[in-house]
Write a protein that binds this ligand. Sequence first.
Ligand code: IVH
Length: 695
Amino acid sequence: MASTSDIHASINELRRRLNDASHRYHVLDDPDLPDIEYDAMLRELESLEAAHPEYADPNSPTRRIGDAPSGRFEQVAHAVPMLSLSNAFSDEEVADFVARIDKETGDAAPVFSVEPKLDGLAISLRYENGTFVRGSTRGDGATGEDVSANLRTIRSIPLTLRGDAPNVLEVRGEVYMPRVGFEAYNARARDTGEKPMANPRNGAAGSLRQLDSRISARRPLAFYAYALGETDSTLPATHSQVLAWLRELGFAVSPLVDVATGVEGLLAYYSRIGAARDDLPYDIDGVVYKLDRIDQQRAMGFVSRAPRWAIAHKFPAQEATTTVESIEVNVGRTGAVTPWVLMAPVHVGGVTVTRATLHNADQIARLDVRVGDSVIVRRAGDVIPEVVRVIEERRPLDAAGQPLHPPYTLPSHCPDCGSAVEREEAEVVARCTGGLVCPAQRKQALIHFASRRAIDIDGLGERFIEALVDFGYVHGIADLYRLGVDDFIDMKRRADEAAGTVPETVKAGKIATKWAENLVAAIEASRTTTLERLLFALGIRDVGESTAKTLARYFGALAPLMAADEEQLKQVPDVGPIVAARIGHFFAEPHNREAIAALQAAGMYWPEGAPQRSADGPLAGKTVVLTGGLSAMSRDEAGAKLEALGAKVAGSVSKKTSLVVAGEAAGSKLVKAQELGIETWDEAALLAFLADHAS
Ligand code: IVH
């Protein structure tokens, strides 16, 4: 039986090891203990603490999960006021700041600690004899709120200091929410219908204001230290040494802190961090320059609430407010229909923007953006500006107090070609169905049409197709069959001129002629093709080479395929309801029918024949579903054999299913088959049937 002092020693040892592991994980970003071992140790500590409440400690690693709600936050007076920073928005303002410091310190080249300006919430942490006693918000700088319970849940805040800690130490820094955590939180909030956070800064602030710290514990927060408050310790000579000391005590300090001198040094740091800004795992809104020598800081002193020895050099804001003038769509090369807003010009992210993306119909529904709305737009780095949120309170209303404009819906027809715009249930992207005829998709459609596995026009690569379209030689696919040698030479000359290269036609007329003749011959050769190549070349969504082949065999000719309705198409092996609908819609589109007619008129030819269906096999007209594992062959192989005997193999059981083959561990499909009274076979029955009908 362990003595109580042994137990206390074990508890302390477990706490020490858990704190060490947590410091390595959350502060040094260099974990050395596998998660399961950490969890096992934590559980051991929990059970010891439960059995020995006399050794309870609010700073135990077991307490990071938060506590029951407190009624309200107590006020905390800051022994040393929490200051803010003056801002600089231009290089000149930075130069003025440095000149002032040069002059007043008499130092020709004063050293600065240079740091990222984290976009979170300033916090003060108080430690007595190496243990965390209290943490508070900045408040008005003189008095803040005690949010200790919430701060205890932040893993990168040490609850026990490492090494020789002073009797009293207040550490200031920023609580922030890393972007991944913010995104993950919002994704979940959207799923559960909760209110998403506007940005990581609001996320951090809102999380710290929770009266129930168990909620804060679930929020992904982190902390970086950047300054001291009250302490009875003698201080190092420079701020950078203070930061190094804080690291030793177990605090996380931004790895981006550095030292610099002179205006050029500061501006170089500003550019370096600005360039890295979008790739950082958290938001920053500028950099901070702090005079490094503490004695020089003291000599400079303060004005109003800000030190005269430091300045924040701000980056251009990445978010701004403006109003929506209209909503339009853009059709991409793959037919994807992307909605945009046109807005009153606004300065954001360092440039003036007038357009922002709405991504897709889901995003429109989620944001409910309407014409006339005030919106917050965001532009980070080189990415396309996007609408973050609508300021609903400012939505224009009519005399009856109703919104002036209805919710926006995507157009039902493509603005570029007039073909139907469709969106499948499970998809976020809406698409123009006019693949072959839509100008926006023309290049892509032609490139696919001419490619080796499709119609195979030797030598007609992407670059030339783009030029043919750009210079207006080709509108639809059939136009390819009208091109002559002169057209190609002409096109090449114009393309070379446009690219600023010496026209090869001028340099070597003969070579160009030969090249053009070869292309014309390749196009001529492609005039005779096969139905399956043609079907693949048409670029019907989800009709790949193998489906094209099956369709070609099943129908034998183009006309009956074009005439087939979706029910008939679903009878084709491997064609499910989605693909059947796509094929049906493609051929229903008048533009597509015209394009095919134009191909035929241009002399394109493919042999046609009788349908090849196993219609007379023993399983003709039967729909079979395979489920569970088979031992003698794969399900695909079994499916192919059944199809060869005339069956249609389907993926799910319905009233139309004629037979279910249930292998090992068959589940819900077998249950459903039994419920519907559908005939079922086991693997032995299948093998016997296949053996009987082996050809
Ligand atoms: S030092 C005595 N350093 O910026 C100087 N502040 O605009 C006190 N901030 O309230 C602040 N990163 O919330 C300092 N590296 C950094 C900072 C930083 C972000 C915030 C802090 C402060 C605000 C002032």
